[in-house]
Ligand binder design. Sequence first.
Ligand code: HEC
Ligand code: HEC
Ligand code: HEC
Ligand code: HEC
Length: 392
Amino acid sequence: MILVDAGDCFFSTPTKKAPTKAEEIQELRKGRTVLNAYNFMGYQALGIGPADLQLGISTLKDFEREANFPFLCANLVDKETKNPIFKPYLIVEAGGIKFGLYSVMMVLLNETYANRVLVNAELLDPEKVSRDLALELSKSCDVVIALSHLNVDTNEKLLDSNPGIDALIDPLSRSGSKNIWIAENEYLVLRNGTPVLRIDGQGSRVGVFEMYFKKGEKKFADYRVVDGALEPHIMRHPEMTQLVEEFERGRLQPFPIKFDTRKPRIFEDFMGQEGCASCHAEQAAFWKGTKHANTFATLEKTGDQARTDCVGCHTLGYGVGYASAQLVGKFKEVQCESCHTSKPDHASNPKSVRLGVVQEETCWGCHNPEITKKQFQYSDAMMKASCPKIKK
Ligand code: HEC
Ligand code: HEC
Ligand code: HEC
Ligand code: HEC
């Protein structure tokens, strides 16, 4: 997997006037939260967008020093030397394939903003820089991916005489303003045969671009795009929850954040149905007779068991217990903890560490009629899914 962001991820909308001290702290709080999260998640590269310059290039450089991954921008250069201020590109190997990733940014439309943020710096013509760099990278890399933070028109022009880009990630900017919600038919479009990928803004969705290679071949023969919604069936990750809570408390997070490693991590805490069954044999026998005990087999029947857009509701703990669909292991099936949640100390102290009653919203997290295309009658369904009471 290669995890990237095409930019405009740290701060709010660019402003012509320099932010006040209070506004700057607010922006820094947001930016640090994002960077700490990206470091934790293992991002590999970040393209730079116009809004990332809101606090100036030197602040962005400070951010880059704290990042475990490079910031990329091929056309932002020093005014005198004309050398790029950030790394122009990155070469990553994954699955035996050499990927060339590079990024370019649109020329800032607002002159006041440009004058304020581009001190001793300038933006070269992104179309030309992109063309030259893509051509160069295509000679040494198998697959070239552009993080192309440009207007729709410029991206289209670029691809009309494609210099060797295999896929282009487009922020869907219309004259500098970015769409937050992407229409169904805009997630993937083809321009001159090249896939152009877009995803909704503000972290509402994650775009997944799956590339399929024939054995021994270095160009992908097929691909698929998933607009992965971050809906409730993907469990909350403890470290991410900690970051968000710190942000909400109004603190300026340190760089890099120190996670409380004494806290048990949820994925080590899932007991799995066999663990629960050792004390709750009757409920386990009941569960085995429900369809929940065969949800993984359902996916296997159609070969969909490795799809990231399916496993969230057909297994236990996706996003917390395990993160790669291929490593599902003991997390197969909708298990006890999918409904009862997990508390590590319940087994050693069941009388005082209680799991409580299963909440209705737990069912709706998976029985989402928009996705399943099936109505869900809560009370009828409960009759089929509730395990027998513990006999006292
Ligand atoms: C939001 C949660 C969710 C996601 C995501 C999801 N499923 Fe399901 N799936 C369910 C639920 C809930 C049911 C049971 C629906 C019912 O019978 O009421 C189900 C049932 C099924 C069935 C049984 C046959 C049927 O239609 O009743 C199949 C097959 C299936 N899912 C395949 C998939 C595949 C393939 C994907 C990925 C493309 C997927 N599911 C993604 C929740 C989900
Ligand atoms: C589809 C959701 C679901 C799954 C999966 C599930 N349960 Fe339950 N379970 C329920 C519901 C609903 C009840 C009824 C009581 C409640 O609302 O909490 C219940 C009741 C119980 C009770 C009795 C609680 C009491 O107060 O007497 C136990 C024990 C239990 N489940 C254990 C398990 C175990 C062990 C597994 C896995 C082998 C499991 N459950 C799987 C939903 C589920
Ligand atoms: C070491 C034995 C043991 C294990 C392992 C165990 N439980 Fe329990 N559990 C109990 C006992 C004993 C009670 C009854 C406590 C009481 O009511 O006095 C109980 C109560 C419950 C209840 C109902 C009361 C409540 O709110 O806690 C549920 C639901 C439950 N267990 C689910 C689970 C699930 C799910 C697992 C696996 C993650 C699990 N248990 C693992 C021993 C165990
Ligand atoms: C982690 C996701 C998940 C949760 C949580 C969940 N379910 Fe399910 N449920 C599924 C899936 C997936 C299926 C489809 C099983 C299959 O056909 O493979 C299913 C199937 C069912 C079925 C069988 C439908 C049929 O046609 O026979 C019932 C009933 C049901 N669920 C009730 C519930 C209830 C009630 C709750 C809450 C207490 C609940 N489920 C919680 C994922 C979930």
